[in-house]
Ligand binder design. Structure first.
Ligand SMILES: [Fe+2]
Length: 280
């Protein structure tokens, strides 16, 4: 049986990827950011997942306003790196796990969640930056990845509750896969950030801290946060936090916090990161 053993949440700030790619990780501005992931790198090297499911959002790289899937699952064998305007990031292509991804699609769709099946897709910083933060600069990513893309860019976007329930459905799907795989699920994006308008650069540390504090013991409180509340309290792009709730929904009710890191500002946003292991 396949099992989800742990969850990782991490912001996917594009400037963090650019700093890494351009050799700036040791500069005073960026050093604290990457330092916050040193323990995480050690942890994941120890845990050695067989597969990672990475919940992220596409930023108009693979999708566009022409087609806006609410939830999409990448079932391809490989996902090339998207060119987001400066050429593709110099990181390895992402290798998929078509067998597991197709199984999750089958099981989750039969469980009343209508995932869009994507058989060809480029992946952008939403997926690759958390991989860099967790795995550094390997020649190849250490395990296959199942990408799950969530629309948090074009309204209407899914509710936190829908995301949390999808996480539960993904967990059930994984547990009915007949191969022994140890899986880590990532929820990416967030925390508070507002990229445009007069409130650009808004950071609400109290909101972010409350979110981090509640994620393990009381996710049910977080699923009730409305879109308006995310927008008002933590900025327009803070809505990405609903993707953390997919990760949380896929874990046990009781989880152990392994590591937490919060840093402001990184670029003009707050960077949040947390790792949970299932208690079983
Ligand atoms: Fe994003």
């Amino acid at each position: 049986m396949a099992r989800i053993i742990a969850g990782v949440a991490a912001s996917h700030i594009p400037a963090v990827g650019a700093a890494w790619d351009n050799g700036k990780a040791d500069e005073p501005y960026w050093r604290p950011v990457f330092k916050g992931f040193e323990r995480s790198k050690e942890w994941i090297a120890r845990v050695k997942p067989d597969v990672c499911i990475v919940v992220y959002n596409d930023h108009m790289s693979a999708f566009s306003l022409e087609i806006v899937p609410t939830f999409a699952i990448g079932c391809a064998a490989e996902f090339p790196i998207a060119d987001e305007g400066w050429g593709p990031r110099p990181v390895p292509d992402v290798v998929g796990h078509p067998e597991l991804a197709s199984h999750i699609a089958q099981a989750v769709i039969q469980d009343d969640f209508d995932l869009t099946i994507v058989n060809r897709m480029e992946v952008d910083h939403g997926l690759t930056v958390p991989l860099t933060l967790m795995f550094g600069k390997p020649k190849e990513w250490p395990c296959p990845i199942v990408p799950i893309a969530v629309n948090v860019v074009v309204y209407p976007v899914p509710t936190g509750n829908r995301c949390y329930m999808l996480g539960k459905a993904i967990r059930k799907a994984v547990e009915s896969f007949d191969k022994d795989l140890r899986i880590v699920i990532f929820g990416t994006g967030g925390m508070s950030h507002q990229l445009q308008g007069p409130r650009a650069g808004l950071i609400n540390r109290a909101f972010d801290t409350r979110f981090l504090d509640n994620l393990a013991p009381d996710p049910e409180a977080l699923v009730r946060i409305s879109h308006l509340e995310y927008l008002r309290e933590a900025g327009s792009e803070a809505i990405e936090l609903v993707m953390w709730l997919i990760m949380r929904g896929a874990l046990d009710d009781r989880v152990k916090e392994i590591h937490r890191f919060y840093h402001v500002p990184a670029s003009n946003t707050a960077l949040g990161h947390i790792i949970f292991e299932n208690m079983a």
